[in-house]
Design a protein around this ligand. Structure first.
Ligand code: AMP
Length: 380
């Protein structure tokens, strides 16, 4: 930084398991390393990372002490953080305090911070919160219509997630359209394995589809998205399901997996092309939900500059983009089929000339967004 030159990238997946995956790519001379091995905890994982980045053959630095700054993705910042922060003891205790709101994420994020503090003693640490971009959502949009005291006492409200990606996409859109971010309004569609949308008015997020948890909103790879809450009570009463079973059902066994057996949209598309009616219906439901949210957000953003598609599905699937946008011509939204085909995997617009709203594909890059935010905070 600040040149944003990528030296290496990688992933340690399934920490705590015997078949964890270590994937490392040296981006300077394209030397890669892949291994499936037991990684017992975060400390072990990061020691492995240090070995790789210092390695004489495939490494990119001589000594891990050269690293001056570490940016952490922190899933939940509660209502405390609307911007990235240096991870002081005070900030860390706030992250700890909101752990009950993200029991599956924040403890691991904190563990990562704790380990990097020991292993990289010269580095400053910055937290970039997935919830932060959504802190500008007005109360009429973030409050659920349940008793106010109950909601306030327990922190039950819309928080929204994927904020680092939506903020990055908002800034990228402003740059692409050559407009100041304060004058740019868009609907951002982050369609990956997790899916969410954000309504952004004049650079500020005013609504988002994920809510109290990442389970709400769009149909996702394995999450249901919106359902009537009475279904949960019904499952408890009628089928005697426990809260853990319902949690598992809605987070891991629903969405596209629940509808047609797989969460990989490439596979679903080819199943549908082969005449599989469950796959066809899954695609219909997935895109119909997105269309409903586009309609809702068009109503609240006012004049819109762009609808922007990003993440694995949004960036790569012209079919999904077309299915989400077909029939919206009466709203001033018309796409060009050829441009849509060409837009996959690039940074491009694909609306027809007289479309009132621009239609864009912009690749998201959460790691770069975290690196930029961390660099900015450390130099303030
Ligand atoms: P992400 O979570 O952003 O890595 O996105 C993962 C999702 O992107 C998976 O469900 C993939 O099936 C999907 N994906 C990647 N490439 C394509 C493609 N060409 N067409 C449809 N879906 C894709």
């Amino acid at each position: 930084m600040p040149e944003e030159k990528l030296l290496c990238k990688g992933l340690v997946d399934r920490i705590g398991e015997e078949d964890a995956l270590i994937d490392y790519q040296n981006k300077q001379d394209q030397k890669n390393f892949k291994e499936v091995a037991e990684i017992k905890d975060h400390e072990f994982a990061l020691k492995k990372v240090i070995q790789l980045i210092e390695d004489e053959e495939i490494g990119v630095i001589h000594n891990a002490n050269e690293i001056e700054l570490i940016g952490h993705r922190i899933v939940h910042g509660g209502t405390y953080f609307s911007n990235p922060r240096l991870l002081s003891d005070e900030v860390l205790s706030k992250i700890e305090e909101v752990t009950p709101l993200a029991p599956l994420h924040n403890p691991h994020n904190l563990k990562g911070v704790q380990v990097t503090q020991t292993l990289f003693p010269n580095a400053r640490q910055v937290g970039v919160f997935d919830t932060a971009f959504h802190q500008s959502i007005p109360e009429k949009a973030y409050r659920y219509a349940i008793p106010k005291d109950l909601a306030d006492d327990n922190g039950i409200r819309v928080y929204g997630f994927h904020g680092t990606s939506h903020r990055y996409i908002a800034n990228q859109t402003a740059e692409f359209l050559d407009k100041p971010i304060q004058e740019t309004s868009l609907i951002s569609l982050h369609l990956g394995n997790g899916c969410s949308m954000a309504a952004v008015k004049n650079g500020q997020c005013i609504d988002t589809s994920m809510g109290f948890s990442p389970l709400d909103g769009l149909v996702m790879g394995s999450r249901s998205g919106d359902i009537d809450p009475a279904i949960v009570v019904f499952l408890q009463d009628k089928l005697k399901m426990t809260s853990a079973e319902i949690d598992q059902l809605l987070n891991k066994k629903s969405g596209l997996i629940g509808l047609c057996g797989t969460n990989d949209l490439r596979e679903i598309i080819s199943m549908a092309e082969g005449g599989d009616s469950n796959a066809e219906l899954a695609l219909d439901i997935y895109c119909y939900r997105i269309q409903k949210y586009i309609g809702a957000y068009l109503a609240v953003t006012g004049p819109l500059d762009a609808i922007v598609f990003t993440a694995g599905v949004g960036e790569n699937s012209s079919l999904i983009r077309a299915k989400c946008l077909t029939g919206l011509e009466h709203l001033g939204i018309s796409f060009d089929s050829d441009q849509n085909e060409l837009a996959s995997g690039t940074k491009a617009s694909f609306q027809v000339k007289n479309s009132k709203v621009k239609l864009l594909v912009l690749p998201t890059d959460e790691e770069l967004a975290i690196a930029k935010a961390s660099y900015r905070v450390a130099n303030e």
